[in-house]
Design a protein around this ligand. Structure first.
Ligand SMILES: *[C@@H]1O[C@H](CO)[C@@H](O)[C@H](O)[C@H]1NC(C)=O
Length: 359
């Protein structure tokens, strides 16, 4: 696509929004007073399947299954795809039909949400425990909010595949030591904005010579952030260590936090105003922000975005700033510059989408 066509598309997306919707009203949205049981009672009266866009790079039915086990009469279709593709799909649907193709979206593309709000495409909603979310993590008018934290940069390794006598790296500089040659499996930083941001943080500290030296370690580059973890587990692969993945749950796959700057972010969620199932959408968002789901995210040193589930601890952690990723994401010129710098040295990301490939 020619660059000049991008603003034209955004302008027509804007033009499609009805005047009534295009200026978010200043009337304060009330905080939900109903509990989950009462919202469920209202949601059961709606017919259809609630469509939820879920950003990720590993296929999973677990979110829908957990929701439907509690609320069997509300059908939900949680579809995982890369956030960078989900936002394109919703934009195209809105452009072509005036309606977003899903009822709600939980994505890593933080920059989309303020834009969607200004285009009149979001429905404000303040779930019951709204006050338990730090103002830095939510839109004060209730159009979107951070729902749970993810991070990349923690060091993940297979303890059975470490080089003899090797010390686990503490900093990203340590990965340049000779013992890590042929042992690294990493996600293409030009294929995922979160990984691009992590690499930009490291390069701002150590310079581009770090990136060149890393490449000469003969890195195994892969698509997706779940893929390195899976490859670490395979006995047939030389790869022993990564810093762009998460633990697989197997007992020999260990995680250690770096003593170096890494990244984390609050995954954002919102309900689209074109939803025909507003009560079901409110139920889903309330459930994600409810005690049970939030508690889930406290595993692996992560946190929910509610204060009661570790959010303030994320702000106090050393080496990481939970608000920095959004600043990177809104600067699309900078994101593009970094991604093309990476691509100029390691080439385009090879392989099918990690959701199709299924290593
Ligand atoms: C679930 O969502 C996907 C992606 O939007 C769609 O292709 C599929 O038809 C949906 N399934 C149901 C049962 O709604």
């Amino acid at each position: 696509m020619r660059l000049s066509t991008v603003p034209a598309i955004l302008a027509s997306v804007l033009a499609l929004a009805s005047p009534a919707l295009s200026t978010p009203s200043n009337r304060a949205t009330d905080i939900e007073r109903r509990d989950l049981r009462q919202i469920y009672a209202a949601a059961r009266k709606e017919s259809g399947v609630l469509q939820v866009a879920w950003g990720g790079d590993e296929q999973s039915d677990s979110v829908a299954a957990a929701f439907e086990s509690l609320f069997p009469e509300v059908k939900v279709n949680v579809t995982v795809d890369l956030s960078k593709y989900w936002d394109m799909k919703t934009d195209r649907a809105f452009l072509e039909t005036g309606s977003d193709c899903v009822d709600a979206a939980f994505l890593q593309t933080m920059h989309d949400y303020p834009r969607w709000k200004s285009e009149g495409r979001l429905m404000p909603y303040k779930f019951r425990e709204w006050e338990d979310v730090d103002p830095r993590l939510k839109d004060e008018e209730g159009y979107y909010l951070g729902a749970f934290f993810y991070n990349f940069g923690p060091i993940i390794y297979n303890e059975n595949k470490l080089p003899a006598g090797a010390e686990i790296p503490k900093t990203y500089q340590d990965f340049l030591k000779p013992e890590w040659k042929n042992k690294l499996v990493l996600t293409y930083p030009n294929d995922d904005d979160a990984i691009a941001f992590l690499f930009s943080i490291i390069i701002e500290k150590y310079g581009w010579k770090w990136f060149s030296a890393l490449i000469s370690q003969n890195v195994h580059w892969v698509r997706g952030t779940a893929t390195p973890g899976k490859i670490l587990s395979q006995p047939s692969s030389q790869a022993a260590i990564s810093f762009t993945t998460f633990p697989t749950g197997e007992s020999n796959i260990k995680l250690v936090l770096p003593e170096d700057n890494y990244m984390c972010w609050p995954q954002r969620g919102a309900i689209f105003s074109s939803t025909k199932m507003p009560e079901s959408a409110r139920l889903f968002l309330s459930w994600v922000m409810g005690d049970d789901y939030q508690r889930n995210w406290q595993r692996n040193g992560l946190a929910g975005t509610r204060n009661g589930f570790g959010a303030q601890e994320m702000f106090q952690k050393e080496f990481v700033d939970p608000l920095a990723f959004e600043k990177f994401m809104v600067d699309r010129t900078k994101v593009e510059w970094y991604k093309l710098q990476f691509e100029s040295q390691i080439g385009t990301a090879q392989g099918l989408s990690p959701l199709v490939d299924g290593i």
